[in-house]
Design a protein around this ligand. Structure first.
Ligand code: NDP
Ligand code: 8X3
Length: 253
């Protein structure tokens, strides 16, 4: 029987790349995100390219009732999730704490921390019932180092580190592997979302160096997932060669 991966935030960037890579590895997929049209389009692409089954479920991870009802209403066979990729996440704004927007803070905390928790609780219980599973949480270099004006986003990714450690302890007796993957700069829609649609400002983030691409992180996640069952990678930091720390990027020209 084919294995199943449930990917949050599959409508763009790293989540979308994971969907393609896991389909290529013959996984059936549960794809989630808010943009239903993108989920349908991705499911069609994957169906045309790979011989796997795809279920889509559109919901906002910030809405606890919606997370629970959408996930629990999946047909029973989809609840045999082997791999959960907790990828949905975002940054909003890049302001000093004294100028930060309450709404931006709520959005980041509700998405990156609470949303990850809601999905994890539902799926971890399925994994416990199934007697196995693996959880990959998308942290960030921002969760390892605080950078100027990163304040709340960095705090949410620091929380992902702590939650990953907590999950690993709490799920230990159930044989569930937990890994935090911490990327440096990956060129996706991330900066466009952070700067609320300002494409020019977003482009400048990746100017003058080769950033990571979404598939680099998908391949890292596949490396973690494809280790033998007795091996767990607790956490992994993946940076562009041109980026030494969160703020130290060598740009040409
Ligand atoms: P993208 O903006 O390209 O993709 C983000 C995904 O998250 C989208 O599919 C989006 O779907 C989903 N998402 C955002 N908010 C919600 C929500 N409230 N409910 C459900 N889904 C949501 O960014 P990336 O692919 O770069 O980001 C993926 C993860 O990687 C994030 O957790 C990010 O913090 C992390 N990361 C990114 C780095 C980078 O440099 N790009 C570096 C380090 C970590 P939709 O809008 O359809 O809901
Ligand atoms: C995304 C990377 O450095 O923009 O988590 O915070 S960074």
């Amino acid at each position: 029987m084919a294995k199943i991966a449930l990917i949050t935030g599959a409508t763009a960037g790293i989540g979308e790349a994971c969907a393609h890579l896991f389909a290529a590895q013959h996984y059936n997929l549960v794809l989630t995100g808010r943009r239903h049209d993108r989920l349908e389009k991705l499911a069609q692409e994957i169906n045309a390219k790979y011989n796997v089954e795809v279920a889509v479920s559109a919901f906002d991870v910030r809405n606890r009732d919606s997370v629970i009802s959408n996930l629990e209403s999946l047909p029973e066979h989809w609840k045999h999730v082997d791999v959960l990729i907790n990828n949905a996440g975002l940054s909003q704004g890049l302001d000093p704490i004294q100028n930060g927007s309450f709404d931006d803070w709520d959005t980041m905390i509700d998405t990156n921390i609470k949303g990850l928790l809601y999905v994890s609780k539902v799926v971890a219980n399925w994994m416990i019932n199934n007697g196995q599973g693996q959880i990959i949480n998308l942290g960030s270099i921002a969760g390892k180092e605080v950078y100027p004006n990163g304040n709340v986003y960095c705090a949410t990714k620091s929380a992902v580190t702590a939650l990953s450690e907590g999950m690993r302890i709490d799920l230990l007796s159930h044989g569930i592997r937990v890994t935090a993957v911490h990327p440096g700069a990956v060129e996706t829609e991330f900066s466009e979302v952070r700067f609320k649609g300002d494409k020019d400002r977003a482009k400048k983030v990746y100017a003058g160096f080769d950033p990571l691409v979404a598939n680099d992180i998908a391949e890292t996640i596949w490396f973690v997932v494809s280790r033998p069952a007795h091996v767990n990678i607790n956490e992994i930091i993946v940076m562009p060669t041109a980026q030494a720390t969160a703020t130290n990027i060598f740009r040409k020209g």
